[in-house]
Design a protein around this ligand. Structure first.
Ligand code: FES
Ligand SMILES: [Fe+2]
Length: 468
């Protein structure tokens, strides 16, 4: 009895209208590039988002290194639904709805573990780690052989799954576009960042889990906002991560390459030579020399030698000149990779390597998981430096994320007021597509000062999916 959710993201469905007669399209002015702040507040809008976006999107749930052995599982949320991410006997991954097919009881309440079967606490029906119905107590007395015959229909609901850089993504919508189509041109960038070495990434420990008092979009759209670095991240300047020249926008990571794709994925890459004062690389150095001199975050000179096995010349050049700082996948995933202080006593820079997933809980609450990524080949010192630098910059104890969360929560507070809700957020700073010569990456590429282009592309995708 596999549940199928019909309708594809972006498909032509009726334009949604709110009870006061407002169309969702009236809240997003595509010509003026402004968005009503009401989108962060109204329950009705939230409900439409859950149905049109989160029940039909590819969402990240776990890293495959969290469940290395058959029977290993973690319990996560995919959109509004609880699910189990399980390693099957053959090594493949199953994402199962955590609800018993008998009467819907939550099947498993453990955060993680290893189990060959999942037994429902209510009446005791049992399911295999691939979701198959195995049997029920007093089955003969209760049902004769009816359950046997209906076993296929009693299978737990299974999501579609895909993997990138070891992250496991799931989609409840059996009709959803496949994962590669969902990634589109963005796959080229993601693979450059996440599949650059022979053995790839694993995660350090379980993800941090936190609840944020803000609408989920305030995080998702901010990923493409380079403009806030100088003001909101003053603390990163004070601590020596950014802004070695207070008046130079490049040293604040505000100059480089931004990218957006029609699927609403966005990326900011900062110019290595301009952003990091410690870089000290000459203009004439080759790509290999530049990568060896300043490996992208999380890599060392040894790992850099593996890049050519896995990446194209264009991807290598991307990592050498403008390594991705933040890559946001619409609607609920990002990867942050930068060099920052916090991981060593002498104040030197270490890698911040983060994957995050967020799940809306209500219009003003979202839950976020934060994983620390590390190359499997990382030596112990680099691993420890990555762990500490990441923890001190992102997640619950991270000073960079605390800055960002100030903005999410500050806006959320403001929109509690009916007057503030009548205001709009504005995205008129436009650079336009300025693809550098010879740049191989796809999508719309904006090279130069980080303006609102990529961020507005995120809103255009949101508007499209919401039928606006
Ligand atoms: S609800 Fe699970 S066995 Fe009855
Ligand atoms: Fe930020």
């Amino acid at each position: 009895m596999n549940v199928t959710l019909r309708g594809r993201i972006g498909s032509a469905e009726a334009a949604p209208q709110l009870v006061d007669g407002t169309f969702v399209r009236d809240l997003i002015d595509l010509d003026a590039r402004e968005v009503s702040l009401r989108v962060h507040h109204d329950r009705e809008i939230f409900d439409i988002e859950m149905e049109r976006i989160f029940a039909k999107s590819w969402l990240p749930l776990a890293h495959e290194s969290e469940i290395p052995n058959p029977g290993d599982f973690v319990r996560r949320n995919a959109g509004q639904d609880s699910c189990l991410v399980v390693r099957r006997e053959d090594g493949s991954i199953a994402v199962l709805l955590n609800a018993c097919s008998h009467r819907g009881m939550t099947l498993c309440r453990e955060e993680k573990g290893n189990s060959q079967t999942f037994k429902c606490p209510y009446h005791g029906w049992a399911f295999g780690k691939d979701g198959r119905f195995l049997g029920a107590p007093f089955e003969k007395q209760m049902y004769g052989d009816e359950l046997r015959r209906a076993a296929d229909d009693l299978h737990l609901v299974v999501a579609k799954t895909a993997m990138l850089g070891g992250m496991i993504f799931a989609n409840w919508d059996q009709d959803a576009e496949d994962f590669e189509a969902y990634l589109g041109d963005f796959a080229w960038y993601l693979r450059a960042a996440l599949e650059r070495t022979n053995r790839g990434f694993e995660v350090i420990g379980p993800p941090q889990r936190q609840i944020m008092r803000a609408n989920w979009k305030l995080l998702a759209e901010q990923l493409a906002d380079g403009y806030h670095a100088r003001a909101l991240h003053q603390s990163a300047g004070d601590m020596g991560t950014l802004g070695h020249d207070a008046h130079d926008p490049a040293s604040w990571g505000m100059v480089g390459i931004n990218v957006s794709t029609p699927g609403g994925h966005t990326m900011r890459c900062i110019d290595t030579r301009l952003a990091y004062s410690f870089a000290g690389i000459g203009d004439t150095a080759s790509v290999a020399e530049r990568l060896a001199a300043v490996p992208p975050p999380g890599a060392n000179a040894d790992m850099v030698k593996q890049f050519s096995n896995n990446l194209s010349d264009g991807q290598m050049r991307l990592l050498a000149d403008t390594p991705p700082l933040v890559m946001g996948l619409f609607p609920g995933t990002d990867f942050f990779m930068l060099m920052s202080v916090g991981g060593s006593d002498d104040g030197s820079h270490g890698p911040v390597m983060v994957a995050r997933a967020w799940t809306p809980r209500s219009p003003e609450l979202f839950e976020m998981l934060t994983w620390t990524l590390v190359e499997r080949d990382a030596p112990p010192e680099l691993r420890e430096q990555t762990r500490l630098t990441t923890l001190r910059n992102f997640g619950i104890s991270g000073f960079i994320e605390q800055d960002d969360a100030e903005a999410w929560q500050g806006i959320q507070k403001a929109v509690q007021g009916p007057v503030a809700r009548r205001m709009t957020a504005k995205y008129q700073a436009k650079l336009g597509v300025t693809r550098p010569e010879g740049f191989e990456g796809g999508g719309d590429v904006y090279a130069g000062f980080s303006r609102d282009d990529a961020q507005w592309a995120w809103w255009k995708r949101y508007a499209q999916v919401m039928g606006a």
